[in-house]
Each structure stands twice: as C-alpha cells, then as structure tokens.
Ligand binder design. Sequence first.
Ligand code: NAP
Length: 282
Amino acid sequence: MMRISGKDISLKIKDEIKEEIEKIKVHYPRVPQLAVILVGDNQASQTYVRNKERGCQYVGMDSLVIRHEESFTEEQLLAEIEMLNQNDQVDGILVQLPLPRHICEDRVLEAIDPSKDVDGFHPANVARLFLGQHSLVPCTPKGMMVLLDQIGYDLTGKEVVVVGRSHIVGKPVALLCLQSNATVTIAHSHTENLKEVCQRADVLIAAVGKAKMINSDYVKDGAVVLDVGINRDDNNKLCGDVDYEDVKDKVYAITPVPGGIGPMTITMLLKNTLEAFYNHMK
Ligand code: NAP
C-alpha cells in the first residue's frame, strides 16, 4: 500500500514555488500578492486564513489580510473587492467562506475579477473549467490531480467514482478527471446502491463530510483512494470520510487524514496566485 503524503508533496511544491519567487525578484518589478478578506470571527476561518498567510510568507509572496467585524455589510465588502480588482499590485483575491448570513456569497464571489479569482469559484472560471478551457481551478480538486500526477497515476480509461457533488470539490474534481480521460461517476446522497457503485472505482474520491463512512466494503482491490473529508471521530480525533485502517490493506494507494489532501489545498492556492501573477504580467 502506498500512503500518499500530501504533506511531503506539498512541501516539495512549495519549495519549487519559493525558488520561482527568487527568480521573479530578479526579473519582475514585484512579487505576486494574495489578498485575503475575512469577515467575522469564525474560529476555523481564522485558522485557515492564518495558514494561507503563512503559506505566502514561506514562499516569499506578499499577502494582504483584511479582517472585518461580523457587522461589515455586503455593500462595504463589494466596494472593497472592487478596490482590490482595480489594484494592479494584487494578483489574487480570496474571500474566506463562510460569510455571515447577511452577505450573499454568490454576489460576492461574482464581484471578484475572474483573473484574480484564485479560489476558482467565479462563474466565468467554472464555465471555462466545464468547457475544458484554461482557467483558475478550485484548489482542492487541483491538489488531487497533482497528487495523482506525482504518484505517476494515469487516469486514461480508468473508472473514477466521486462521492459528493459540491461546487467546491465533487463537481470540479469530476470534470478534471473527465478531462484526463477517465470514465466518471458522481455519487451523492440519493445514489442507490452506493457500495456497488464505489466498488467499480479504480479511483475512489470521497468528498462527503461523514467520518469514516467509506469502509473496505466500498473499495475495490487495488484502488486508489483520495479522501477529502475533514471530520472528527467519536474520540474527537481528526479523520477523513474513509476508514483508513479498514481499507489500507486493500488499496494500491491512499491519502491519509490529516496530511493528505488538506496540505495540498493551500499549496494550490499559492500556485493559482503565481499563475494569476504571470497572466497579469503579460
Ligand atoms: P458538502 O458541500 O457538504 O457536500 C457533501 C456532498 O456529499 C453532497 O453532495 C452530499 O450529497 C454528499 N453526501 C452526503 N451524505 C452522503 C451519503 N450518505 N452518501 C452519499 N453522498 C452523500 O461538502 P464539501 O464542501 O464538498 O466537503 C466535503 C468534505 O470535504 C468535508 O468533510 C469538508 O470538510 C472536506 N473538505 C476538505 C478540503 C480540504 O482541503 N481537504 C476542502 C474542502 C472540503 P447531496 O448533494 O445529495 O446532499
């Protein structure tokens, strides 16, 4: 069994980005800059934003973290995004989700200049991904594709089953697998015979949000399992959607939780910011 360490692979990629930033310092007037907006005091969001800031620092990118009280209005937020859209020192704009209830997420995400949409959530980027055109791709799905690439796994002709159909994970990763010539099934809470559907998978992607739901009954011998879930088990220990201990002897390769997909997500955010920078410098 191969344990796919997203932690190690993401560190390797971050070091490559770091080297690239050193070259950018020589050849360009400035380094890439990521702006992150956080509204409210959601604890998990605070941690995510801190980690994004640390990621930027590690590779030598500029980061601008803007924090607002919960009472910040949608109008104020839209005005701030417009200022960042106009600011040619800023390459990436990320609004940390979830937003307080009085702010419409869709309106906010649509206000971001698609060329600065490093989360890949703007409808223009979603449409490009759908059409198979070059776009800024959501970070978690992009991280999964990089992991498969890093272990030398070719998706051509393979059966992929994605459990979960969210806009941020399930749907985009399914499209990316399709682009890589896999045969893709997207399963969800209404899927009948989920076990049998999952048993077909050469690559099983679990993006459900249910602790250890996928056990060895769902997994084909020799499958690759990518576990996106971040959950707490009965002992309040961090765990994925996959019961790692139960499936590990059956699979060809698997991502652990923690240390699998999670670390890749921030690294892909840095990659997207770098990509946006090069586009802005053209
Ligand atoms: P989400 O928006 O809640 O979507 C969950 C999906 O799972 C839905 O499509 C839902 O189906 C499906 N589902 C729920 N129960 C099911 C069941 N019993 N059988 C089959 N399908 C079922 O979640 P998400 O945002 O995609 O996130 C999924 C997990 O990944 C969460 O644990 C989240 O914390 C984690 N995550 C991790 C990262 C990372 O960086 N590692 C990034 C994002 C998310 P319906 O559509 O029918 O309701």
